[in-house]
Structures are given as C-alpha cells and as structure tokens.
Design a binder for this molecule. Structure first.
Ligand SMILES: Cc1cc2nc3c(=O)[nH]c(=O)nc-3n(C[C@H](O)[C@H](O)[C@H](O)COP(=O)(O)OP(=O)(O)OC[C@H]3O[C@@H](n4cnc5c(N)ncnc54)[C@H](O)[C@@H]3O)c2cc1C
Length: 414
C-alpha cells in the first residue's frame, strides 16, 4: 500500500473536523498531519456568553490536542509558506510534504486597517477581546454604546445582532437598560442580507423591539479616540462612550502569497467538492469564496456566509472525498449548501434560521419563532463540540436526554 500524507492547515473548526473524520476513515498507515499555530482552541459562538459573564474563559477553550483523535499528528507551528509545485508546506517547526492538502486557515481580523479602530474599540470577535469586554461592560454604567460592523465580509452574519441583543439583556438584568443608549451600525442594508429581505426585516424588528437603534448602509472610515467619535462615509461623525467593533476580516497572508486566493484574498473552490484549481488541494471554511445564486445589490454577488456550520459540513465532505480517492473510488460526497444558525436574543431565548444556501434562483432560508429550545440547542452543541472525540457519542446521548427533559419532549435518538 502506498502510504499517503494528508496535511491540514489550521486546527480550527474545519481543520479539527477534517482531521478526525479522516482518521476514522483511512488506514492507520496513512499520515494525517494537522498544523496549528495556537495550542488552545476556543469555541467562538461562546465568546458572546463569555462577554456577558455567562461563561468563564476556561469553560469554552480546550487544548487542541484534547479535541483530535489519537493518530492525528498535531504539529504546533505557524504555516509560513505553501509550495504548490513541490507539494510542501513550510512552518515555524519545519517543513512537511503532502499528497493531499486541506487549507482551513480561517479569516484574520485586521483592526489596524481602519484609522483609530484598534486603539478605540473593544471586540467580542476574539477570545481575549470577549474576556476583556466583559470587564468594560461591567464597569459601564450608562451612555452611548455603539456596535460597529467595520467591513464586509465578516464571519457569522448573525453574531453582531446576537451581541447587541445579549448586551441589551445584560443591562436590562442589571436595571440599567434605560441609561444605555444602544446603537448598531453596519454596511449591510439589512441584517443577514444573504437570507433575503423577509428574514432580514424580521431580525431587524427583533433587534429594534429591544430598543437597539439599527443603522444600515454605514461604511466605517475611521475613529477618533481623542474626540470619541466614529466617522462613516458621507455622514456626520457620531459620538460614543463605549465602542465595540466587528473588525475588518482578511485572509492569512500565506494563502495570498501561495497564489491560492482571488483578488479579494479568499480561495475560490468548487462549491460541491471544495477542490481548488490545484490538484489535490482543497480549501474549506472561512478562507473560501463560494458565490451563491442571486445578488444582494444589482451588481454584488451573494457569497456563502463564513460560518462554523459550513466549515464543519465542508470538512466532512473533503475528508470523505480524500478517503475515497485514496481507496481509488469515485466519491459521491458533495457539499449541499444546507446550514442553520441559532440566533441568541437574550433572556435565554434564541431564533433559528435554516435553509438551503445553494438553492436556485436564490438561497431559501427560514426563521423560526424565537424560543427557549433553540437556545438550549446551542448550549448542547457547545458541550458536544468541547467534549473529547472519544466521549462525543456518549456526551451527545446525555445532552439530548437533558435537553429533552428541559423541553418536556421525548429524547429521540437512535
Ligand atoms: C463571536 C462569534 C460567534 C460565532 N458564532 C457562530 C455560530 O453561532 N455558528 C456558526 O456556524 N459560526 C459561528 N461563528 C463563526 C465560526 O467560528 C467560524 O466560521 C469558524 O470557526 C470557521 O472555521 P474555519 O476552520 O474556517 O476557521 P477557524 O475556526 O478560524 O480556524 C482557523 C485556524 O487556523 C489557524 N491559523 C491561521 N493562520 C495560521 C497559520 N499561518 N499557521 C498555523 N495556523 C494558523 C488559526 O489559529 C485557527 O485555529 C462565530 C464567530 C464568532 C467570532
């Protein structure tokens, strides 16, 4: 048997899933090498709960090694170069050659790309940022709080809205809601434009019902920390007391330098197979650019949102396709574009948006009524994700029983 080496770049959501699924599927002789620069992995959806004090930092992070199957070689190092011709990856811990490469390096945050933003704004888009913001929110006793989406695209299209609603709920619980003037600024025309105007209007209403002023079509140009004002293209400066930003996103430099990226910096892939233009190289998750049927302005194509739910589904497809290729079989596994999102609304309630993002002529997404069950679903997923791979099945069973008990429904799991 010819031994193959599969190298996975990035041990985040997509990288961990692809490594574990491949280890389950291919003969133990084949090497699976996962390269990750951080030793800890934090579960990003829980950053919102960390920010409002519903989680402690240690509850939502694990050593990457704890999340990968035995038999996955975890290489702790920074990817510094990808030589597609030589099929070699250069890292801070040495170089590795590959037969198959999976690029799952995610999106980086670039607060420095907007003047004044890095030094003025807090964020719940990083683990450390959410932990720090929790202190700032605790010390905030009133004034104008502005949440600003600094650029497009950004990961998890629901997160700024969830963050705003959880912050509104936090101040409500502390009896300070009337003293906090809460605003959300975004370059989008509506929340989650990819999901269509009906869903966007429903989310906008949910946000406004919580007395959060929604300001669409605001393109951030700069922040002045001295005057504590934010500037938007073609608008008068806006004053703030506390500024929270979703920083601009960009792809890691190493991907752009390798020639894998398009003009926008993201990696174009086949939307069904996740293959790049280069033989034996796949890309998944936030790093990819996948156009969808339909447009959100007459000239701007809709793109698949950057979300863990898609990174996860794509990782399973790529692992199965690589396993089939090693076995010399045609692979039936394709990415379908189905996805969902639990939208936290405060008071332990959440909405649920789900549907088919690759549907023709445009994505078909529905929003279910806000309720406690979606919130519980999100908590259950968090516990499942952070469980070690060997304990996942058992923890899922226990969690579903627990959830069913809370919801007073039968625990239906085969
Ligand atoms: C606040 C917040 C809430 C969210 N909520 C949700 C949600 O409810 N549902 C949902 O579906 N999605 C959610 N997301 C989005 C989700 O976290 C991402 O879409 C998902 O993590 C993408 O997976 P990925 O594997 O593409 O990238 P990542 O998970 O970001 O992993 C990329 C990995 O690559 C590593 N890396 C980068 N560069 C290098 C390098 N040069 N060398 C070595 N390693 C490197 C990084 O350290 C990282 O571990 C949320 C995100 C945030 C910020």
């Amino acid at each position: 048997m010819a031994v193959k080496t599969i190298v996975i770049l990035g041990g985040g959501v997509g990288g961990i899933v692809v490594a574990n699924e491949l280890r389950r599927l291919v003969h133990p002789e084949h090497r699976i090498v996962l390269i990750e620069k951080n030793s800890q992995h934090a579960f990003a959806p829980s950053f919102l709960w960390l920010m409002i004090g519903d989680r402690q930092a240690e509850e939502i992070s694990r050593h990457v090694q704890q999340l990968v199957h035995k038999g996955v070689e975890l290489l702790h190092g920074e990817v510094r170069g990808i030589d597609l011709a030589a099929r070699r990856v250069e890292t801070s811990a040495g170089s590795v050659t590959y037969d198959f490469l999976v690029v799952a390096l995610g999106a980086e945050l670039a607060p420095d790309s907007i003047p004044g933003l890095a030094e003025s704004a807090q964020t719940f888009y990083t683990f450390d940022g959410a932990d720090k913001l929790r202190g700032a929110l605790r010390d905030f006793s009133g004034g104008k709080l502005a949440i600003v989406v600094a650029g497009l695209p950004f990961k998890c299209p629901a997160a700024p809205y969830e963050g705003a609603m959880l912050i509104a709920d936090l101040f409500q619980r502390r009896g300070l809601r009337d003293k906090v003037d809460l605003h959300l600024f975004t370059p989008e025309p509506l929340p989650m434009p990819v999901a269509g105007p009906e869903l966007g209007s429903a989310v906008r209403k949910t946000v406004e019902d919580r007395r959060i002023a929604f300001h669409p079509l605001q393109k951030l140009t700069g922040v002045n920390p001295a005057t504590r004002t934010i500037s938007f293209e073609g608008k008068e400066p806006v004053a703030y007391d506390l500024l929270i930003a979703v920083p601009p996103h960009r792809s890691p430099r190493v991907v752009r330098e390798a020639g894998l990226a398009n003009q926008g910096g993201w990696v174009p892939v086949d939307s069904a197979t996740l293959a790049t233009r280069d033989e034996n190289v796949y890309a998944i998750g936030d790093i990819t650019a996948i156009p969808l049927p339909g447009r959100w302005k007459s000239d701007v194509p809709l793109m698949l949102p950057k979300a863990g739910v898609f990174a996860h589904a794509q990782a399973l497809v790529v692992a199965r396709r690589i396993a089939d290729r090693i076995a010399g079989k045609a692979s039936p596994h394709n990415f379908s574009g189905e996805g969902y999102c639990m939208l936290e609304a405060g008071e332990h309630l959440a909405g649920f948006a789900s549907g088919h993002f690759l549907a023709e002529p445009s994505p078909q997404i529905k929003l279910r009524q806000i309720g406690r069950s979606w919130h519980i679903g999100k908590v259950l997923f968090e516990k499942w994700w952070l469980a070690p791979p060997g304990a996942k099945k058992e923890s899922l069973r226990l969690l579903i029983e627990l959830g069913a008990k809370a919801l007073r429904v039968p625990a239906a799991i085969g």
